[in-house]
Design a protein around this ligand. Structure first.
Ligand code: HEC
Ligand code: HEC
Ligand code: HEC
Ligand code: HEC
Length: 450
């Protein structure tokens, strides 16, 4: 799915097979986010002039497309995120939670707009802009004047507070902060119960479908360095795992009254009908039938990536997951211990992330791992099936980029992918049996190709 959109976005990675090692860390620490910065926000109007980012058509003569604002305001749902707090759906959600005005409540504003304190709002800043340029690119106070100067580098701008969103881990930490949530910016099960749509996210796919207002070509790579789409995917899984563990260990989140906060669990371990017998014996989840289970999706996906990379931590991650699931029957102290062990593995991986690269043998192994999982017991639940579909998409696209599969082979596989994606679009209609069948179909074809 969406491969046609992606082809516009990215050139063949073989052509771009060099990389610039840049630090890109400046005013931001490894985990700080642009909307936490104390620089001043100048507001989206500052970016929107026709000579800057407000051109109607994209330009090919300039380094950047220049129609970023128009694309964002017309096609990017982020520009509607605040307006959507006035819809009947929002009013209903808010009413059920005892919130009278969602458009004024921090709970909603934190994710649906650029909700920063007055002190950091410039004169032309507007709270009703939704998720605007400065949410993702950082407050522009210090770089607005200089970021267009010809001989300045990307690093120079980052040194002034431009957020290094081109870096996979930095991007992942930002996107997932709203698309999963962390700390007080969190979607708990009460919000779901009140009718909020379930958050589902995958970094590589969503970066393309936002829609992307950037074009990765040779010149882009020269300025910003090369990052493959598969590393973007991997960063997403890793950071999603990091946030899951942080949220699980956060005492303000993890337990609500009698029970563990339900949104940390696998939704469909509860939400399925009695006719549908869900439980299966799964290697990394040593759980008896009828027992609650944590949503370990992203950590399981990280495990598949490590296995494909032949990484020594692949085994300890699975062991860690087994330990965490087993601990869920033993109380919080044990869960804490196991979650911290997993945290240290994730920390090690984020530390060495820049050095981990997918070569053709790794992608091949990854595709096989994803197909294997997609035909197996783990996809009894939609959450994992969804991530397997996105993982397949990211790896096939990458495989085409490095010349492992041809354009026409990708075109043919795209049909199988579309079938797989159709099976995960409607939550209520998800059937593991059909999903496994579709993956099997695809693997027969793929086995002949790779
Ligand atoms: C400040 C919070 C915030 C951040 C940061 C954020 N998003 Fe979003 N995103 C939202 C909200 C809220 C919506 C829903 C907007 C609406 O429809 O009202 C959304 C919607 C989307 C959608 C459309 C989803 C759909 O189902 O149609 C995509 C794609 C998306 N975001 C991608 C990204 C990517 C990629 C990043 C990081 C580069 C990102 N977002 C960062 C809050 C955020
Ligand atoms: C942790 C971040 C977060 C919080 C808190 C949050 N939202 Fe959202 N909301 C999102 C994201 C992300 C989406 C997009 C979901 C998608 O399509 O993938 C969204 C989507 C929505 C939608 C659907 C928009 C559409 O495109 O139709 C509504 C309505 C909504 N939110 C209302 C609310 C209300 C009301 C509150 C406060 C009570 C709230 N949200 C709190 C992140 C959040
Ligand atoms: C939800 C997050 C998000 C929002 C909102 C957003 N961007 Fe971006 N933008 C990105 C990502 C991701 C990239 C790709 C990484 C990069 O090139 O730095 C990007 C890249 C860019 C680039 C660089 C293109 C290049 O070739 O170097 C420009 C310019 C840009 N955005 C302008 C804007 C403007 C102007 C707005 C507001 C109208 C905006 N962005 C809103 C996420 C966002
Ligand atoms: C431990 C079991 C459990 C888990 C896990 C769980 N839920 Fe629920 N959910 C419930 C219960 C109980 C209700 C209340 C049902 C009622 O009032 O009849 C509920 C209600 C809901 C509702 C309102 C609709 C309804 O049936 O009342 C939504 C939507 C929802 N949950 C979504 C989710 C999502 C999304 C997740 C995963 C992020 C999730 N749930 C995880 C048990 C669970």
């Amino acid at each position: 799915m969406n491969i046609s959109i992606r082809q516009v976005l990215q050139l063949n990675w073989l052509v771009l097979a060099f990389s610039l090692a840049m630090p890109y860390q400046a005013v931001y620490s490894e985990t700080s986010l642009p909307y936490e910065s104390t620089h001043s926000r100048l507001g989206v109007v500052t970016c929107a002039s026709a000579k800057c980012h407000g051109a109607i058509e994209e330009k090919s003569t300039t380094r950047i497309l220049q129609n970023e604002y128009v694309l964002w305001s017309r096609e990017d749902p982020h520009s509607k995120a605040y307006k959507h707090l006035f819809t009947d759906q929002s009013k209903k959600i808010a009413k059920r939670l005892g919130i009278s005005k969602p458009e004024q409540d921090d709970l909603c504003l934190d994710c649906h707009t650029h909700n920063v304190a007055r002190a950091f709002q410039g004169p032309r800043f507007r709270l009703d802009s939704g998720v605007d340029c400065e949410v993702c690119h950082g407050p522009s106070e210090k770089w607005i004047e200089t970021h267009t100067v010809e001989d300045r580098s990307y690093q120079d701008n980052v040194d002034e507070g431009l957020y290094p969103i081109v870096k996979p881990l930095a991007r992942a930490r930002l996107c997932y902060s709203c698309h999963i949530g962390k700390g007080k910016q969190f979607l708990d099960h009460q919000l779901y119960g009140a009718g909020h749509p379930r958050l589902r996210f995958e970094l590589d796919n969503f970066s393309a479908t936002q829609p992307a207002h950037f074009l990765i070509d040779k010149e882009y790579v020269e300025r910003k360095g090369e990052v493959s789409n598969l590393k973007m995917w991997f960063a997403g899984q890793l950071i999603s795992g990091e946030y899951f563990l942080n949220n699980l260990l956060d005492s303000s989140i993890r337990s609500q009254g009698l029970s563990v906060e339900l949104s940390l669990l696998d939704c469909h371990s509860c939400h399925h009908s009695f006719e549908q017998e869900n439980w299966r014996s799964v290697a990394h989840q040593p759980l008896k039938p009828g027992v609650l289970r944590f949503n370990d999706t992203s950590l399981f996906m990280t495990h598949l990536a490590l296995q494909a990379l032949g990484h020594s931590e692949a085994k300890s991650l699975v062991k860690g997951l087994q330990g965490l699931h087993a601990a869920s029957g033993q109380g919080w102290p044990e869960v804490d211990k196991k979650a911290r062990q997993l945290q240290s593995i994730v920390k090690q991986l984020t530390g060495e992330f820049d050095q981990l690269e997918f070569q053709s043998t790794h992608v091949k192994a990854l595709i096989k791992g994803l197909l294997q999982a997609g035909k197996g017991p783990v996809v009894r639940d939609l959450l994992l099936a969804e991530q397997i579909a996105w993982g397949l998409e990211a790896s096939l696209y990458f495989a085409q980029g490095i010349g492992m599969i041809s354009d026409s082979q990708l075109g043919s596989l795209d049909k199988d992918l579309s079938i797989i994606f159709q099976l995960i679009t409607e939550e209520k209609k998800y059937s593991a049996v059909s999903f496994r069948k579709a993956v099997k179909q695809m693997s027969i074809k793929l086995n002949k190709i790779i």
